[in-house]
Design a protein around this ligand. Structure first.
Ligand code: GLU
Length: 636
């Protein structure tokens, strides 16, 4: 979200001529008095001279310097992280501060109504931790809830419904991250987000376009219409100062009361009410189905601290997120396949051909075998085994791209795990990437590091752009539709590791990743984009490790994404179609389809590179989503 707006504090003077969302109460009346937020410092963390938001800097997608660094999709998100770092907070504190601000400025991608996966490197113990705060299916939601008369509810109707809402994990995720690995409290790190929500920010083209794309359903939900649309029921124009005092109040409640203020009490009650009785405009033609979320589902929500998934690629060690995200496993499988080729001797087209083939095979396994590990026995060791990759590599045709989907392999033979193989029926159900697997304009990735060497690679989401479209009345945030990430088969009784079950976490694609070389951090990266998250992370890794591109170029380069499509076709960014490699791939039989359904773009990623001279380079998108923001704590 590009913006070069002057200081928040100056907005009242500068915006006499611009429109302001009028529903908003004046500054300071949007929530509890600051004293109610407990003992928290001023958001600026010091005297007025320390206030980084006092004069917003020009947004830039690449920055190199010393000490800490941050890259996000939004200038204020990155600034919030840098501000916390400058106040002495660590990377975990800074990542949560950034996420809090993005919940305000990037509300259609992430927020407290959703969930995510945070990958944390703790320099002092040389440890990588995966904090899973994925949404869970409510305890009373059954697989059958998604079928009517034996037929699956249409996907878009599930998206905009109470049925698709998973128990949000974000607030407990932030709280656990700070308590276990941070140095500051929620009440502290949320202060800047509260200020931005109250003072407002200028609607930029990204915000405007996201609202416009969701117009029909936003118009149909009373609370969403009231917050995100103007009095005429249209998107707030670019340049409007958008304020969200209800969200500021909700953040204040959390700042004062901790996670309980979200999972119990008035916020929890409002969430449950919105799910059970979605606030639909009278007379709306939209059929917004009710869900079955209970107060106990919220109260009982738990994060999971899991071991990070680790693998090697050539001379690097990689860490990622394991199940219930398919991201780490699928990236690792594809890299294992690629490892069998000496890419240094290949042309870029030959490398891309192998990258697409490897991704196709890895996605075949993903579609058939991966699900929540607390519900299904997944042969992770087999999938990650180098021997298994060797056996699968034989299927890659180096001269011709296939015109059909690949079948999943049999990793059980490589599992070397005493647990019994599950029923074969589990393995038989392949699935090509569906509509819900191929979208781009939602979710966000935050990359942060600090001077002590800690790193956070954090992907958070509310699933679709605008989540389920329902703003929790009085609380200023959208609910997720994460449960549409479950696999919905035509036959409700067909077995699949990713079918909906009560209390289960839907399979994700989120792929926050850390790369180490010679035992030292080299890269941190991640992306939004549904299942294209996996291919985006993979392609950035291939671009930089195999093709030798600097990280900013690796991230900016046009993308192609192969997710085992049924007809063998490959999504290509519009920019890729005119790149020289497109012709080379076409001559190898690849059918490249313009990723127009993805908005022509695949994945607004962010990354950090830790350079040999002790500096760090932060990288955000120069173009996608109108560009992101990279900053360092101390310029060179
Ligand atoms: N729901 C997606 C996942 O967990 C993330 C949202 C997206 O980027 O599409 O993989």
């Amino acid at each position: 979200m590009k913006t070069t707006t002057p200081a928040l504090g100056l907005l009242f003077f500068l915006c006499a001529s611009c429109s302001v969302n009028e529903k908003v109460a004046p500054l300071g009346t949007g929530g509890a008095a600051p004293d109610d937020a407990g003992a928290v410092p001023d958001a600026s963390g010091g005297g007025a001279g320390d206030d980084l938001f006092a004069q917003l800097p020009t947004i830039t997608p690449t920055a190199t310097g010393q000490r800490g660094a941050a890259a996000t999709v939004d200038l204020r998100g990155s600034l919030a992280a840098i501000e916390v770092l400058k106040r002495g907070g660590n990377a975990v504190d800074a990542a949560v501060a950034a996420a809090g601000v993005l919940g305000v400025t990037d509300p259609f991608s992430c927020g407290i109504g959703g969930g995510g996966f945070m990958l944390i490197y703790l320099a002092s113990g040389d440890k990588v931790i995966a904090l899973d705060h994925r949404e869970t299916a409510p305890s009373r939601l059954e697989a059958g809830s998604y079928y009517e008369d034996g037929v699956p509810v249409a996907f878009p109707e599930l998206v905009t419904s109470g049925l698709s809402v998973g128990v949000p994990g974000t607030v407990r995720g932030w709280s656990d991250a700070l308590r276990r690995y941070g140095t500051l409290g929620l009440g502290d790190v949320l202060q800047r987000a509260i200020q931005v929500a109250e003072a407002g920010f200028d609607v930029d083209p990204t915000f405007f376009e996201q609202t416009r794309r969701n117009l029909a359903r936003f118009q149909a939900i009373t609370s969403t219409r009231a917050l995100f649309l103007g009095p005429d029921g249209q998107p707030w124009p670019v340049g409007t100062i958008f304020r969200n005092p209800d969200l500021a109040s909700t953040y204040r409640l959390i700042a004062a009361g901790g996670e309980k203020a979200f999972y119990e009490g008035q916020v929890a009650a409002a969430i449950v009410a919105a799910v059970k009785a979605p606030p639909v405009e009278p007379g709306s033609a939209l059929n917004v189905r009710a869900g079955v979320l209970e107060l106990s589902d919220l109260r009982d929500y738990e994060t999971r601290v899991r071991p990070a998934l680790s693998t090697t690629y050539r001379d690097r060690t990689l860490y990622g997120i394991g199940l219930p995200s398919s991201g780490g496993i699928t990236v690792a499988e594809a890299l294992n396949l690629l490892e069998g080729y000496d890419t240094a001797t290949l042309t870029p087209v030959e490398v891309l051909h192998r990258y697409l083939g490897a991704s196709r095979l890895a996605f075949a396994d993903r579609g058939a075998l991966l699900g929540d590990p607390e519900f299904v026995d997944v042969p992770v060791k087999g999938l990650l085994s180098k021997d298994y990759a060797d056996s699968r590599r034989a299927l890659l045709d180096l001269l011709q791209a296939p015109a059909a989907a690949a079948a999943p392999g049999d990793p059980y033979a490589f599992q070397r795990d005493p647990s019994p193989a599950p029923a074969r029926a589990r393995k038989a159900t392949g699935r090509r990437a569906g509509a819900n697997d191929a979208h781009d304009n939602e979710t966000t990735h935050i990359s942060v590091s600090d001077a002590a060497g800690n790193i956070v690679s954090y992907t958070c989401t509310i699933e679709d752009e605008g989540g389920n479209g329902i703003v929790v009345p009085g609380h200023g945030f959208l609910l997720n539709n994460e449960l549409t990430d479950f696999t919905l088969l035509p036959d409700p009784s067909a077995p699949h590791p990713n079918v909906l079950e009560p209390g289960k976490r839907p399979r994700s694609s989120m792929s926050p990743t850390l790369v180490f070389k010679d035992g030292k951090p080299e890269l941190a990266l991640g992306s939004p984009g549904g299942a294209t998250i996996i291919t985006t992370v993979l392609q950035i890794l291939v671009n930089t490790i195999d093709l030798g591109l600097p990280i900013d170029e690796a991230l900016a380069a046009p993308r192609v994404s192969q997710r085992n499509s049924g007809d063998g076709s490959t999504d290509a960014e519009t920019a890729f179609l005119s790149a020289p490699e497109a012709e080379g791939l076409t001559s190898l039989g690849h059918v490249l389809s313009d990723a127009a359904t993805l908005g022509g773009e695949i994945g607004a990623a962010t990354a950090l590179r830790f350079n040999g001279d002790g500096t760090v380079t932060a990288v955000a998108e120069p173009v996608r989503r109108h560009g992101g923001s990279a900053m360092v704590e101390q310029e060179r």
